[in-house]
Each structure stands twice: as C-alpha cells, then as structure tokens.
Design a protein around this ligand. Structure first.
Ligand SMILES: CC(=O)N[C@H]1[C@@H](OP(=O)(O)OP(=O)(O)OC[C@H]2O[C@@H](n3ccc(=O)[nH]c3=O)[C@H](O)[C@@H]2O)O[C@H](CO)[C@@H](O)[C@@H]1O
Ligand SMILES: C=C(OP(=O)(O)O)C(=O)O
Length: 430
C-alpha cells in the first residue's frame, strides 16, 4: 500500500504553481455533457476524483479525449444511457452532478448515491427538493437516485441550507428548463461562479452566480466551448499553511488572491506576512505563531476544506486557539493522528480546543480523509524526525503531484509502496 515517508524540519522555501480547482472541475465536467458539440476544458487537475468522473462520463457514451495531462475534449452527442451505476462512481461526491446534467439535458437520470470523504452525514435533500420543484419525480431505490420529468419547468426555489452541490446541480438542471428559475439562498463559492461562467460560455443564461440569488433563464440548446478552470483555492491555501507551519517562505503562483482572503486573514492573525501580487501570494513565517480562533462558514467565510490545514499551524502556536467547525460534524478525525506527533487538541462537539506545542515529533499516521491527509503531511514536514502517512489515496483525490510540488520547495518526502523503499529512505535521511 502506498504511503508517504517524510523527514521533517526543513522550512519550505520557493515557488509553487497551483492547478485547476477540483471542485469547479467536477461540476464543469458534468455540465460539459449537456452539449452535443466539442467542449474543450483546460487547467483540469490530474487527480483521481476527476479521472473517475471522466470514466463515468465515457461509460454512458460521451466522447472523452485527453488532449494532454490537463486538457480534455468532451462531446455529449453519442450519450446512449442516462444510468450510472458503476461501483467506482459511488466513491466520489461529485457523481451527483451527473444527475443535474443528465436530467437537465434528457429529462431523465439514474445515478448511484454519492460517496466522497467521510466528513459528516452529507444528505442530498436540497438537490432533490430542487429537482422536484423543477417538475421531476425523484425516487431512491437500491442506492440509486432516479429522476424523471416530462419537461423541466422553471420555478422559484429557496434552499433551506446553503449547499455548494445543490446550487450547482439545480443550476445545471434549470439551464435547459422552460422559463426562468430563481434560486435563493445559493452558495457563493468561487467554483459556483466558475460552473456558471462555463455554462454561460456554452450559451446558458445564468445571472447572479456568486450572490445569494441566481437567475437561470432556460435555453433550448447548449453549444461547444473552450474553457479554462479557475485555480484551486484549497490547494493554494494548503501550500500557504505549509509555509506557515514550517516557518518557510513560499510564493504560491497562479491563484486568484481574492479567493484566498479569508485564509490570508487568519494566517496574518497567526503572525505570517502575506504579500498579495497580481496572480500570486507570498507567505512568510519567521517567528513562533500566535494563536487565533477560526469558525468555518460558507464562502466568503473560512472554508471547511481548509480547517485541518489551519489546525496544523495553530497546534504549533504560542497559546490556545479554538476552531469551530460549522459545516460538517465529522471533520476532526485528524486529531487522534496528530496526537501521535505530540499535538494537544481536545474536541468537544463541533469545537476543537488547541493548546499549541513548540514542535511536533515524527510519527506513523493514517490519512482519515482528503484535507486531513494533506494536513498530516504538512505536520510531518514541520516535525522533528521521520514520519509516515498511510492511506494517501485520499490525498490523491484532490492534489496533483503533491509530493513533487512539496519536493520542489525543499521538502524531504517520498511516496513508497514497500518496506524496502521505506528502509532505504530512512537510511538516506539518517
Ligand atoms: C465536490 C465538492 O465540491 N465538494 C465540496 C462541497 O461538498 P457538498 O456540495 O457535499 O457540500 P454542501 O455545500 O452541499 O454542504 C454544506 C452543508 O449543507 C448540508 N446539506 C447539503 C446538501 C443537502 O442537500 N442538504 C444538506 O443538509 C451538508 O450536510 C453540510 O452541512 O462543498 C463543501 C462545503 O464547502 C466542501 O467541503 C466540499 O469539498
Ligand atoms: C470534502 C472534499 O471533497 P468531497 O466533497 O468530494 O468529498 C474536499 O474537496 O475537501
């Protein structure tokens, strides 16, 4: 089984280029099948979630051509099935976007219930509420979600909870519905805006993405397009936290600094210096971090997907910090792993009380989910000694060449899959 082996203690220094946003790409790939013309998508991250979704799209007959590692051409003309039941698609969260896309285009979709990281209960009632409001019958049978309509019709829909997935799914379903849908209490994350921009580039008529109210005027047909995905806010934030936790100096390139403001604000409260450039941010930490409090919130609040990485930095601060996780109830599973390195964190309900320690010590850990896994790698890079992180398949769901990018910043990290290579690494680093 693959694992990372890491020798910590080096401040990470240098430049790193951020890839396309996984969570935008997943929505965009699903939306791409709504056109019968060629759709070219660039800046696609080469991560396992994306590759699973591409396989699913190909399995129903869409033409999928990988032009290069980060560019794909999709054409939905030859889609012959509206049913996606393969075991692999159940593993990813974004399989649910195929519901909105297929229902929107063909008035019919049958997709396995979604998986994704085990970070909480993750219901999809708001997606279903939206589809039903647009006139679809939706049933769940044998772990399959089955949605059918004669013709989707626009409606005024109010989301009971701010949901990224439901906002994107309803936007896709409504894009070709009859009339003008108004979606209130929408999520405002950068990837919502990116999916809306992408759909508009195919001829959709969506206004207000990025605000609470999105207006979607249905169109008859979506045409081909060429589109570049926005940079990944969370990958960028992860490297920013790596700079802070290792007392390093990293210029995180190819980002939209506006998307990083809530993260930058917290890192500055910890004492880091942040320089905002046109499409880059430089993060420098040169003294012991200061404690601060964080509450995760929908955008523009502090992202839940950055909570574990920020906690890694705070657990090294000079004092006590409090993190409140208000989006997912099961996102502190890294705490027990981090305790092996000497961190002092107590979890009470949705709150983690973090008493900073001066240094982590190398330990053997296991990634409990995607972002927690990346966070544990950062902790290992900040630690004294050698660490291993297992279950790195989670990390590969969302980070392209994580170890390569870290190595380019001076990190001592290898991916190994056997005892012999593990021993070799340990001998090499002493
Ligand atoms: C593939 C993808 O883009 N995943 C992201 C997406 O997940 P995802 O789209 O699953 O997250 P949501 O924004 O939908 O979830 C937000 C909150 O709403 C609740 N909820 C959601 C839908 C629903 O029908 N009913 C309901 O109660 C959830 O339990 C959660 O408490 O947004 C999350 C919140 O920013 C991120 O952590 C995930 O990385
Ligand atoms: C939780 C995440 O992904 P997913 O919703 O696909 O599980 C994430 O990207 O941090």
């Amino acid at each position: 089984m693959e694992q990372y082996v890491i020798k910590g203690g080096n401040p990470l220094v240098g430049e790193v280029t951020i890839g396309g946003a996984k969570n935008a790409a997943l929505g965009i790939l699903a939306a791409a099948i709504m056109s019968d013309e060629d759709v070219i998508i660039d800046n696609l991250p080469d991560v396992s979630d994306i590759n699973v979704l591409l396989q699913a799209i190909a399995s129903i007959g869409a033409d999928v051509v990988r032009i290069n590692r980060n560019t794909v051409k999709i054409n939905g003309k030859n889609i012959h099935s509206y049913c996606i039941d393969d075991g692999f698609i159940r593993k990813i969260r974004a399989s649910y976007y195929l519901l909105g896309a297929l229902l929107g285009k063909y008035n019919e979709a049958e997709v396995a219930l979604p998986g994704g990281c085990n970070i909480g209960s993750r219901p999809i009632d708001q997606h279903i509420k939206g589809f039903r409001a647009l006139g679809a019958r939706v049933d769940i049978n044998n772990s399959m979600i089955i949605a059918k309509a004669e013709q989707l019709k626009a409606r005024h829909i109010y989301l009971d909870v701010v949901s990224v997935g439901a906002t994107i799914n309803i936007m896709m379903a409504a894009a070709m519905a009859e009339g003008r849908t108004i979606l209130e209490n929408s999520a405002k994350e950068p990837h919502i805006v990116d999916v809306a921009n992408f759909l508009n580039s195919m001829g959709a008529d969506i206004k207000g993405a990025g605000t609470d109210v999105i207006r979607i005027q249905g169109v008859q047909k979506l045409h081909g397009t060429e589109y570049t995905i926005i940079p990944d806010q969370i990958e960028a934030g992860t490297f920013m936290c790596a700079a802070v936790a290792t007392q390093g100096d990293i210029t995180v390139k190819h980002v939209i600094p506006k998307h990083l403001e809530s993260i930058s604000a917290k890192l500055m409260e910890m004492g880091a210096e942040i320089e905002e450039l046109d499409d880059a941010v430089r993060v420098v930490a040169s003294k012991r971090l200061q404690p601060t409090n964080i509450k995760t919130l929908p955008y523009p609040g502090f992202p839940t997907d950055m909570q574990p990485q920020a906690a890694i930095a705070l657990a090294l601060a000079d004092g006590t910090s409090v993190i409140t996780e208000s989006i997912f109830e099961n996102r502190f599973r890294y705490v027990d792993e981090l305790a092996r390195m000497g961190a002092q964190i107590k979890v009470e309900g949705n709150t983690a009380i973090i008493i900073g320690v001066p240094q982590y010590k190398g330990a053997h850990m296991s990634a409990p989910d995607l972002r927690a896994g990346a966070a544990l790698v950062i902790a290992a890079l900040a630690a004294d000694g050698v660490s291993t992180v297992d279950s790195i398949g989670y990390i590969q769901r969302g980070y392209e060449d994580f170890e390569g990018k870290l190595r380019s910043l001076g990190a001592c990290i290898e991916k190994v899959d056997n005892e012999k290579d593990l021993r070799k690494f340990k001998l090499k680093v002493g």
